[in-house]
Design a protein around this ligand. Structure first.
Ligand code: A2P
Length: 339
């Protein structure tokens, strides 16, 4: 089995290499691709240097391609890779809303991945982080309405987003003016309620992704969801405050008991001991932290909670690798179509 990463030199690409090093996914060869800017450079994988190649315009000789080079690359090339015989697990939003493309979080709807036609979409990071925590609650109590406010790290804008936070913070601390380039405004000592493009309804595309994708992954088109997405000056974990109204009344104790058993979730909920989810503790972690679980004052029988998850891991690289692992465990990875 040949595995390829397109966008190997990016922030998610870097995490894909790390997750694959520790993964149980079986493959014989790893091919790395990026833009012409990094062609010829090498990346270390399991002690070996692998040369990064220019992403070709045509087919890629791999059975599985983990694509993380942005929407325009995936839109243009994923169909070509599929025609060449590869399965594409795509981290961009290019195909997520296509009815023929499964949108998969293995802990929630893993079996949807079995019905692919060559492309499987990896969800938006904010959606994925919330969904692993909300799915067990949805199954037990039936979410009727959810209101989400996000606190999103600069890693959501890739390696260049994190670099902008670091260099601009340095500039501000040295009395210089920060010039925004990746973000709409200077990010140090600020927060920006604007992620992705504004839509005709006044929400941003990032906010609507949470609405569209949660409905698709939960298989519940009637779920009432609204979201406010905010970029904050942290490095790599996204946090979200979530208010939930249910069909059947929930209690914090019952929710805690459910979430303690839930795969991909770590309950971190002891306010007396100052224990709750935070970017500093969830960064680098596979599980999504959930805490501040309390009865809602706004909705009877509802809950309020706070989640924090590594945007680059469960929000991107880890979920993509878990999709491939799931398919391999199910004996559903087609190998050798290209040879
Ligand atoms: P490169 O490093 O050569 O620019 P990030 O999300 O962190 O910005 O990373 C984006 C990733 O996508 C990088 O690996 C980047 O490669 C790659 N990339 C960007 N544009 C292209 C392109 N047109 N073709 C192939 N890879 C691309």
């Amino acid at each position: 089995m040949r595995l390829a990463i397109v966008g190997a030199t990016g922030a998610v690409g870097h995490e894909l290499l790390g997750v694959l090093e520790r993964s149980s996914l079986k493959f014989d060869e790893l091919l790395l691709y990026a833009s012409p800017r990094s062609a010829g450079s090498t990346l270390n994988f399991r002690g070996k240097e692998i040369t990064v190649q220019v992403t070709p315009d045509g087919p890629i000789p791999a059975d599985v391609i983990l694509a993380s080079a942005g929407g325009s690359v995936s839109t243009a090339l994923a169909p070509v890779w599929v025609a060449g015989g590869a399965l594409v697990i795509d981290n961009s939003s290019a195909f997520r809303y296509d009815d023929a493309v499964p949108l998969v979080i293995p802990e929630v709807n893993g079996s949807a991945a079995l019905n692919h036609q060559g492309i499987i979409a990896n969800p938006n990071c904010t959606t994925a982080i919330a969904a692993v925590a909300l799915w067990p609650l949805h199954q037990q109590f039936g979410i009727k309405r959810m209101i989400v406010s996000t606190y999103q790290a600069t890693s959501g804008a890739g390696a260049k987003g994190m670099e902008e936070l670091e260099t601009q913070t340095h500039m501000v601390l040295h009395g210089k003016e920060a010039q925004a380039s990746v973000f709409a405004h200077p990010i140090p000592f600020n927060l920006i309620p604007h992620i992705d493009a504004f839509q005709p309804n006044g929400y941003t595309k990032e906010e609507m992704k949470v609405v569209w994708e949660t409905r698709k992954i939960f298989g519940d088109p009637n779920l009432v969801i609204s979201c406010t997405a905010v970029r904050i000056p942290t490095m790599r974990a996204h946090s979200e405050a979530i208010t939930l109204e249910f069909e059947r009344p929930a209690t914090p104790e019952a929710a805690r008991a459910l979430l303690t058993q839930a795969p991909g979730v770590e309950v971190r909920d002891d306010p007396e001991a100052k224990l709750y989810p935070m970017p500093l503790t969830s960064s680098g972690k596979y599980d999504v932290e959930v805490g501040r679980i309390r009865a809602s004052l706004a909705f009877e029988g509802g809950l309020e909670l706070f989640v924090s998850g590594d945007q680059l891991l469960k929000g991107a690289a880890l979920n993509a690798v878990q999709i491939a692992e799931y398919l391999q465990q199910q004996g559903a990875l087609k190998v050798g179509a290209l040879r």
